[in-house]
Design a protein around this ligand. Sequence first.
Ligand SMILES: [Zn+2]
Ligand SMILES: [Zn+2]
Length: 332
Amino acid sequence: MSESMRAMRLHASGRPLELERVARLAPGPGEVEVCVLACGVCRTDLHIIDGELTEPRLPLIPGHEIVGEVTALGAGVQAPAPGTRVGVPWLGWTCGECKPCRAGRENLCERAEFTGYTRDGGYAEYCVADARYCFPLEVEDAQAAAPLLCAGLIGYRTWRLAGGEANRRLGIYGFGAAAHILAQLAVARGQAVYAFTRPGDTQAQAFARRLGAVWAGGSDEASPERLDAALLFAPVGELIPTALAAVRPGGAVVSGGIHMSDIPSFPYRLLWEERSLSSVANLTRRDGEEFLALAPEVPIRTETHAYPLEQANQALDDLREGRLSGAAVMIP
Ligand SMILES: [Zn+2]
Ligand SMILES: [Zn+2]
């Protein structure tokens, strides 16, 4: 397998990705090679490329919402078999031995490796992944499924940590890829969704209403109801006190992002009355199995915009500038 492949690579943070021909690597022991059919563009990719996440391997092929087909197996791999459709998520490898791993919290593994950050990802024609971290996917439409792999999984973990089914009134701050998936799950579970967008973003507000939100407005507007919980998907620290002020006593605010601007100081009374504030880091394989089984039941329909691989920089710019409703997906 001495062929080459097309890939978009990052050579230094703050610089655009470059379209290159790179070696197509054979899968090592325990690994599979996956022919990428679609790869979603996640906000985390922006944080990596813009240098807010500081430890990427360089040069790097970003992308961790990969849907593809297994094309080759490394030594010792029995499954997934060649031809199987799989999803490759952000969690690329864990040690299985550290304290968090042994406690069932592999999302916090001390030596974890991440697809499209510390391992090469899916902005390419092929990628290599550890077979144990790939999810078998029974989906026809790879483009529609790609955003489920991170926006969906991380969104689901955020929803679950905020109390899952138990909440009746659920606030969602930042209505992008994760929110548009989660809103569908919440609505299907009978929850009332309150969507908070960038002030003045009437397009995102209309999008939220179309997906079943009972209310949509700017994050500068007061919530019309006391919320049981709030999920934060916008990387804006100011939203933490805003969301705390909107939840009831005992309510939860959970931030789903990997990076956020600084949180301004706020009066203790916003947190008092047993409100909780927490964050979500990464995912466990169990999150993935649970959510990917749920998604077709709901059923979750993603709204995606396809970009050819060589337009990755355009897709990233569109995400950065808030020009997308739904999710951008790269098609190699
Ligand atoms: Zn570990
Ligand atoms: Zn992501």
